[in-house]
Design a binder for this molecule. Structure first.
Ligand SMILES: Nc1ncnc2c1ncn2[C@@H]1O[C@H](COP(=O)(O)OP(=O)(O)OP(=O)(O)O)[C@@H](O)[C@H]1O
Ligand SMILES: [Mg+2]
Length: 384
């Protein structure tokens, strides 16, 4: 075990799930097999994080560790402000109480009706019985089960049982919801009901949701998409930000014909950079090492000729600049100076070149750029 003592992610709005360098093994001796490697993951309040990845990549294992359904072995993990490494059985049970689980095994009480099953989590709350029944009926109705309130699980189909289990997991509006393939047994319409409800809980009630799925029909509700491969977090994409970045990049002439997959890859490789007012982002004559996308602030393009400085144009949010010398391998032809504090995303020449190699259409496009008039103008600033 490696619980860290200096690790206290407790601040206002801290992530409800905080994993760092989490490793996990199954078996012992010769059969000991590592299934999670250095997993780093945050789930912030109000986020709906979709986790996907090939079968056997460790998604369920990670979910069960976060949910306290098995003991964390190695690394740092905090869930609902509690360190998860080294917890006793009772302490794990206490963590589980704060979590809504939607797992494949429904574990409904066979002797209770659908309505009674869903009322169970509300028993922990001090509210009148009528209120419990009202809330349980409402959520069952929302999931298309309003006509089956008095049915026992044995009289329900697999998909109906799953919806009762989902209603039970969500009825008390837990702060954290862990869902493993919640829509697997449901048709398109019912899947939509479930994810809409989850999204509403995230947006309206600030619940955090970590949802494992292979179902690409529901990706649109994600705030982030985390892709697991071979026990590692391969990508962790902030959907809104990445889409906005791809959108900006696709508006740049030279990048506009790149396939979405390459644009998405580029957007993932971009680094946040900040420049204070008055500082130089690009210097004329220097080697081109990066291109930039301006997120906020403004800058000016300045060219020095015959000892005179001339301002060529202003750059504002959404502008991409600095790409030409990456294409030509020639020094910067102008400078860029921050007018006020600037927030940029930058992409290195190495990553830019890799993207160039991946796309024939991109190469064609570049060839056109090489011969375009705008390019002959020689300003190392936006092509658009
Ligand atoms: N209890 C266990 N004992 C030993 N190995 C296990 C155990 N549970 C899972 N594994 C192994 O750990 C690896 C990850 O399994 P896990 O169930 O986390 O994958 P998953 O990403 O959820 O896959 P799927 O998409 O098929 O549900 C697999 O190689 C699996 O065989
Ligand atoms: Mg699984």
């Amino acid at each position: 075990m490696n619980p860290s003592t200096d690790f206290v992610p407790e601040f206002d709005g801290a992530p409800l799930v905080w994993c760092d360098q989490v490793n996990h093994h199954f078996g012992s001796g010769e059969n000991r097999k590592q299934v999670l490697y250095d997993v780093r993951l945050r789930v912030w309040p109000g986020e709906l994080v979709i986790m996907t990845g090939p079968s056997g990549s460790g998604k369920t294992t990670l979910l069960t560790l976060i949910g306290g359904l098995r003991s964390a072995q190695d690394g740092r993990m905090t869930v609902l402000s509690r360190q998860m490494t080294g917890l006793s059985r009772n302490e794990l049970v206490a963590v589980r109480r704060g979590i809504g689980f939607i797992f494949q095994a429904h574990n409904l009480f066979e002797s209770l009706t659908a309505l009674q099953n869903v009322c169970l989590p509300l028993d922990l709350l001090e509210i009148p019985k009528e209120e419990k029944v009202r809330r349980a009926s409402e959520i069952l109705d929302r999931l298309g089960m309003g006509h089956r309130l008095q049915y026992k699980p044995e009289a329900l189909s697999g998909g109906q049982r799953q919806r009762v289990a989902i209603a039970r997991a969500l009825v008390a509006k837990p702060k954290l919801i862990l869902a493993d393939e919640p829509t697997a047994a449901l048709d398109k319409e019912r899947s939509r009901d479930v994810v809409d409800l989850l999204q509403e809980l995230a947006h309206k009630d600030g619940c955090s949701i970590l949802l494992v799925t292979h179902d690409n029909r529901i990706l649109d509700v994600a705030s982030r998409i985390v892709n697991m491969v071979d026990g590692r977090v391969a990508t962790d994409i902030d959907v809104q930000n990445s889409m906005a970045t791809c959108e900006f990049l696709s508006r740049v002439d030279v990048l506009s014909k790149l396939p979405p997959a390459t644009l998405a890859e580029l957007s993932q490789k971009m680094m946040e950079e900040r420049f204070p007012a008055g500082s130089w982002i690009i210097r004329q004559g220097n080697e081109g090492d990066k291109l930039y996308l301006m997120k906020s602030g403004s800058a000016e393009v300045v060219k020095e000729e015959l000892g005179k400085m001339q301002t060529l144009r202003q750059l504002t949010p959404g502008d991409v600049f600095g790409e030409i010398s990456l294409i030509t391998n020639r020094p910067r032809t102008a400078s860029v100076r921050a007018v006020n504090d600037i927030h940029c995303l930058s992409l290195t020449k190495e990553d830019f070149d890799k993207a160039m190699d991946t796309s024939q259409s991109f190469k064609d496009r570049l060839l056109q750029v090489f011969f375009s008039r705008r390019f002959q103008g020689g300003i190392d600033i936006p092509l658009r």
